[in-house]
Every structure is written in C-alpha cells, then in structure tokens.
Design a protein around this ligand. Structure first.
Ligand SMILES: [Zn+2]
Length: 458
C-alpha cells in the first residue's frame, strides 16, 4: 500500500510526467488527483492508486511556488496537519481561482483580499506560507549543464536526469514495460530517478563520502532538475562537476548490477568517478597539445606594420571557474617585447573570459603608454563585437567597456586571428593556472613560451 501511495503522491507532485498525464487524461481531467472519483471501469492500477489516495490525502500538502498550479478550494495546501483545506465555504463565482490570484505583484500575500475572502483561521494559515522570490517553476537550464564542459557521456546523463528521461524501473513501467519497479538495491522503494541517485540508502552512503553531500539533500517530491538547479545556485563549478560525476558513477553501478549482477562498493563508485574525471582532464590536455602542434604552421602569425606593436590575447577557463588571461606583445621585427599573464577568480563563461582578456590587455597597454596597437583575438565574436555590435547581456557589458577603453589608444585595431597564429597567448593563458596572481616578462620570454614563439612564425 505504501508503495502505491507513493505513486499517488507522484501523480500529485509530478503532473508533467507521462504516467501522471495518462492517469489525469483518463480519470481526472477536470480536477486534481486529490478530489477524484473512482469513475466507471477503472483499471487495476488506477483502483490501487485510488485506494491509496486516502493515504496521500491524509498527509499531502502541495508546496506553493508561484501558485499557478494550485486551486484554492480543491486541494489541501494550508500548513495544517489535520486539515490542509480552506475552511471558508467556496464562493460559486470563485470556485476555480488559483492560489496565484491571492498574491500581489511583489510576490507577497494580498492580505486585504485574504481578509475579504476567508475566515481568520484560513488567513492565519495562508500568511504563514512563505512565497519564494524566485519563480519556482523555473527548470534547470540545459545551458548550465553544458557550460560545465563535462565529458559527453556525463553531460548526457545529467541532461537526461534533468529532463526526467532516465530509464529507471518506474520510468519503464510507466511506458507499460512489464518490470519490477522496486529499487534493485534496497528492494523497499520504487526505483525513481531521485531515489536511485539521491535517496536510496546506498546512494546516501556514497554522497556521505563526498564533499558535496550538503548540496544534494532533497526529498522524494523534488525532481533531479530541482536538485541540480539548487546545486548550481549554491555550489561552485567544481562541486557541480563532482555531483555530475557521482551521479554518472551511481547510474553505472546500478546498470552493472541490473544487467551483469556485478556489485560495486561505495568507495568503488566514488573512485570510478574521480578516476574518470582525472583521466578525462589528462586526455583533454593531450588533445590540446596535439591540436596545437597539428595546426601550427598552417596559418602563421604576421607581424604588424612598421612602428606598430601586435598584442596577441587569449583566455583559458579553468575547472574551478576561474580564468587565466594572457597577452603577448611583439613588434614589426617579430621581436618579443613583453608578456603578461594573470589569473582572475570567479565563474566565467568562455566568451566573457575572452572579453576579460581584452579588458586586461587594454588596461595594461594603456598603463604602459603604447599607441599604434593591433590586438589579435581568436574569438571571432569578440573581434566582431568590438568592431560593430557589442551584443547582449553580460558579454555585451564587458565589450562596451572594451570599446570605451579602446578610445584611449590611437591608432588601434582589434582583429580576429586564427588559433594557430595565436598560440603564444593561448599557452600563456593556460600557464597562468599554476601562478598565484600576475606574471610579467620583459624582453626575455618565459621558458614555456620560447618554442611557441618560434613556431608562431613557421
Ligand atoms: Zn533503493
């Protein structure tokens, strides 16, 4: 019974899931699952759920977000354990109003309206419910997951989790696959995505051994998407990567148990996540190296006009969200003049990082008093933005600052350069990772740049 009650609970809290949609269409298209009638010709499953709804009704409370999905008189939404329904008699003209219509535009309860409509008990209970300031129907944006720049199979898993399309036993059963819906580990709960990843005793034990346990605390009526969204809001980039890795490893362990009967330990799950991440990082560095070497020589660096200097700039985004920015100045004789690298803390996206590299280079070049400058960036977007439309939002703001600063250097150009001709700045920006703050090299380039500077020309 408890298991079916849980099913009923999911119908209540996850109205967007397929099984909920099917049940709703068939049995309670005009009302909430909490005030349905059994109906004629109920299926076996529906009959079970209907009986279990008594259990759900007794303990269910809707969590109020923006109030758009909750009907005032039809469902229990007040914080009262014995009777969560509105006690005031229903007004026939208002019987279909939603909880959202009791709120004012500034996300607070409209107390005057509440006093007009409801008895003191109801008003008291309603005003005790906090209204979240953020739109709680917001879902986790795929962009945020992708911005983590995870290995493909891991971002794919996180994406499926967030979209609610991981093939758990429950998900398969809702598509009429004849399958035992119990969790393969604890056998006592339904295997849903939230259960297998966060709530099952095994998963909980794994999380306890990590540094991100506090970020994945959740309840069964939350979706993975909500859990991830919260983690993205409260955790660092590195912590989010760790969460994604552990989820992937848990799902792996679950599959190996289900399909091959191979059992993994708590530490096995954690270690395979950590090892995979380390290997992947190494492979990325190797690929980067190969790419650099392979492309060098195809599009070579060109010196600026007589009397000008060329400033190659680039940015690197590190796993912890901080960035390295590098600028390398050479003259028209192709001679190395000066270079500077700096690490900037924060959580930056790649294109903003490229714009920050230009800001840094500009203020440095201005302080040095250079004129007749060509800035070469391998971000096509940045080069075009500086020469035309600054673009939207945050990136646009940084570009506006760049354009403003460019006015102080005369004459000046911002050009697009192919990556293969920008490798000195590229290598410098990456090398910044191991520096504590700023490095500057005059006349003699740092060791790690000497061969790259040569290769730029060939
Ligand atoms: Zn379990």
């Amino acid at each position: 019974m408890a298991m079916i009650a849980k099913q009923g609970w999911r119908l209540l809290t996850e109205a967007n899931k397929l099984v909920s949609a099917v049940m709703k269409a068939r049995y309670y298209s005009d009302s909430s699952v909490l005030n349905v009638k059994l109906g004629s010709n109920p299926s076996y499953v529906w009959r079970g759920i209907y009986q279990a709804l008594e259990v759900v009704r007794a303990g269910a409370r809707r969590k109020i977000g923006d109030g758009e999905d909750t009907m005032v008189w039809k469902v229990p939404w007040l914080p009262d354990d014995s009777h969560g329904f509105i006690a005031t008699d229903e007004y026939p003209q208002l019987k279909n109003i939603k909880v959202s219509s009791l709120m004012s535009a500034d996300k607070s309860w409209d107390v005057d309206l509440l006093n007009d409509l409801f008895c003191d008990r109801d008003v008291d209970l309603i005003t005790r419910i906090p209204i979240p300031l953020r739109d709680t129907r917001d879902s986790c944006s795929v962009e945020e997951v992708m911005a983590l720049q995870l290995p493909n199979k891991i971002s794919n898993l996180v994406w499926r989790l967030c979209k609610g399309c991981l093939p758990t036993a429950m998900a398969l059963a809702s598509k009429h696959v004849d399958i035992d819906v119990r969790c393969p580990w604890c056998h006592s709960e339904i295997e849903t995505d939230v259960h297998i990843m966060f709530l099952c005793d095994f998963a909980r034990t794994v999380w306890l051994t990590t540094r991100v346990n506090h970020l994945v605390q959740c309840t069964m009526n939350e979706s993975p998407c909500q859990i991830f969204t919260r983690a993205f809001e409260n955790g660092t980039r590195e912590q989010c990567v760790e969460i994604a890795m552990i989820c992937w490893s848990l799902w792996n362990r679950r599959n190996r148990w289900v399909w091959e009967r191979i059992n993994g330990s708590v530490f096995g799950v954690r270690h395979s996540a950590i090892n995979f991440l380390a290997e992947w990082k190494e492979a990325q560095v190797r690929d980067e190296d190969r790419r650099l070497r392979g492309e060098l020589g195809r599009r070579v660096w060109c010196p600026p006009k007589e009397g000008w200097v060329k400033i190659n700039i680039d940015a690197a985004v590190f796993l912890d969200g901080s960035i390295g920015v590098g600028a390398v100045i050479r003259d028209s004789q192709t001679k190395f003049v000066i270079a500077r690298g700096r690490k900037i803390a924060g959580a930056w996206r790649p294109r903003e990082a490229e714009a920050m590299a230009l800001i840094e280079a500009l203020s440095w070049v201005m302080a040095k008093g250079y004129n007749h400058c060509v800035f070469d960036t391998d971000s096509y977007e940045l080069a075009t933005a500086c020469n035309g439309r600054p673009g939207e939002a945050y990136f646009g703001n940084i570009v506006m600052d760049c354009i403003h600063m460019l006015k102080h250097i005369c004459p000046v150009l911002v050009d697009f350069a192919y990556r293969s001709s920008n490798s000195a700045a590229h290598v410098l920006a990456r090398a910044v990772y191991s520096m504590s703050d700023t490095g500057e090299w005059v006349v003699t380039p740092p060791k790690f740049l000497t061969h790259v500077l040569d290769l730029d020309l060939n």
